[in-house]
Design a protein around this ligand. Structure first.
Ligand SMILES: Cc1cc2nc3c(=O)[nH]c(=O)nc-3n(C[C@H](O)[C@H](O)[C@H](O)COP(=O)(O)OP(=O)(O)OC[C@H]3O[C@@H](n4cnc5c(N)ncnc54)[C@H](O)[C@@H]3O)c2cc1C
Length: 478
């Protein structure tokens, strides 16, 4: 395609994708005085706002409200009826998105001085992209195109109707029985939300549920989900999917036997792949693999003018990681500082109930890396606040080096995503466990479980016969 000079614009920085990562770069760059373009082909706000974090957490909040009504008997409250209006729940989800949308809107970004361009970007060469009939040149490009659902090659799947995260939040009618393929964070969060809102739910997983997490902590989540009558089948090999009238039938093998499950609706939550198709990366000289665009620690691609951040860089799929990447790119691209993306500990949270939050190394990773380690645990069943709330499912698990340096923390239980935060700080600052054990925390709070785990580091040294002897000896001095 030949482009007239009139259709060509030049910027200091051109960001492709207006999701969690791209918006942060564009806002920062423009406010720092760089001439900034932001190209978005679909909705401002990207996956997190429209089809990811925000709708999934809104749906889970509604589901928790329903579960709280059903569970109110344990507090002696018997009046709960808990009728769920699925359409009204969907309206709540849409309402939350609509409330946040202005913050990510083209109008707000244009107000910040960003040139927002609607359309699909494709590289024409190493320093130029086209969007419709416009050509954009820039000193630096940032690819922040995110990821899309990976659809597994299951025989019979393709002609059937199925949900992904891109469509399920538009559904305003309760599925009678939802079949979920994939027991990662997305699959399990949506499984629990639907179960609590009245659907039957079956989850099929080729490996283990929440396979990336510490197995001891993950097991607490899936046991809790099983108690809510979510049928989780792990280690399965799916042979095929077919439709029989209104029923969807999945054929699979597990433990050497072939079997089927049936449902009314299907959700594919089998992982995500980088959104790189049609970007013209070869024309730009940008190297990539099936995992994502290859970047160095400063998030530079093989073309030094071009950075890649967030999900498309294949380093993790979290909004806070994309935002962290944005800060690293701003420091590198605008201030020419050698900032690296791999220095900060990045927390990982699954927002099921109980929540599962981790940061740093888990037990297996630490054993492989650090050799001699200590594992400290504290069960929520021993925490007074958890008992008052009747939320005793879960534990705090801390991994330290032999000298007490904190290597990792994992929490499964109510509000784990909040409770992990002091541990993120501790790891970021290279603190030792004594710092956490010495904190004076308010009573009664769930956070005390973390302090209790930390104190466990010193228990073998403190409460032994030698210390007792010393205390008795010192008592002689009045
Ligand atoms: C159901 C679900 C729940 C989630 N929950 C959480 C959570 O609780 N916490 C959390 O931290 N993370 C969560 N995530 C992950 C989080 O949404 C992503 O990690 C985050 O959105 C990644 O940000 P990004 O900027 O890399 O990409 P995105 O937010 O996906 O933005 C990419 C944007 O680029 C646009 N784009 C793509 N290609 C082009 C092109 N060629 N031209 C122009 N525009 C283009 C897309 O339309 C999109 O708007 C969840 C994800 C899902 C699916």
């Amino acid at each position: 395609m030949t482009l007239s000079m009139a259709g060509r614009q030049t910027f200091d920085i051109c960001v492709i994708g207006a999701g969690s990562g791209g918006l942060s770069v564009a806002a920062g760059a423009s406010q720092l005085g760089a001439r900034t373009a932001l190209i978005e082909r679909h909705k401002m706000g990207g996956d997190c706002l429209n089809v990811g974090c925000v709708p999934s957490k809104s749906l889970l909040a509604a589901a928790k409200a329903a579960a709280d009504v059903a569970r109110s008997r344990r507090f002696g409250i018997f009046d709960g009826r808990g009728k769920v209006d699925f359409g009204a729940v969907n309206a709540h989800v849409k309402g939350v998105i609509a409330g946040i949308a202005p913050h990510d809107s083209a109008a707000r970004f244009e107000g910040l001085g960003v040139s927002v361009i609607k359309g699909s970007a494709r590289f024409l060469g190493p320093d130029e992209v086209e969007v419709g009939d416009q050509a954009i040149r820039a000193r630096r490009f940032v690819i922040a195109t995110g990821s899309i659902p990976a659809i597994p090659p299951i025989p019979g799947l393709e002609p059937l109707p199925y949900f992904t995260n891109e469509t399920i939040f538009d559904n305003a009618q309760r599925p009678e029985h939802l079949l979920v393929i994939g027991a990662g964070p997305v699959g399990l969060e949506l499984a629990q939300a639907h179960r609590r809102l009245g659907s039957g739910v079956t989850v099929l997983e080729v490996a283990l549920p929440l396979a990336g997490a510490d197995p001891e902590l993950a097991a607490v989540v899936w046991e809790a989900l099983r108690r809510e009558d979510i049928d989780i089948r792990a280690g399965v090999t799916i042979a095929g999917i077919e439709k029989d009238g209104a029923r969807i039938i999945v054929r699979f093998a597990a433990n050497g036997a072939s079997t089927i499950v049936q449902g009314s609706h299907l959700l594919i939550a089998a992982g995500r792949k980088p959104a790189i198709e049609g970007l013209g990366l070869d024309a730009a000289g940008v190297v990539y693999t099936a995992k994502g665009i290859t970047v160095n620690a400063r998030l530079r691609t093989s073309n030094r003018r071009i950075y890649a951040i967030g999900d498309v860089a294949g380093l993790g799929q979290f909004t806070h990681l994309a935002a962290h990447h944005a800060g690293v790119v701003l420091r590198n691209a605008l201030f020419r500082l050698p900032a690296r993306a791999d220095r900060a500990p990045v927390p990982r949270v699954t927002f099921t109930d109980p929540e599962l939050a981790e940061v740093g190394l888990n037990e297996d990773q630490a054993r492989a890396k650090a050799g001699r380690i200590r594992i400290l645990r504290s069960a929520l069943a021993e925490n007074d606040r958890a008992r008052t709330e009747r939320e005793t499912d879960g534990l705090v698990k801390i991994v330290t080096a032999a000298n007490g340096r904190i290597l990792g923390a994992g929490i499964v239980g109510k509000n784990a995503g909040e409770l992990i935060q002091p541990w993120i700080l501790a790891i970021a600052q290279g603190l030792r466990i004594s710092a956490m054990a010495a904190l004076v925390l308010p009573y009664p709070t769930l956070g005390e479980a973390g302090k209790r785990a930390a104190s466990g580091f010193f228990a073998p040294k403190l409460f032994n016969p030698r210390t007792r002897k010393l205390v008795r000896f010192l008592a002689h001095f009045g």
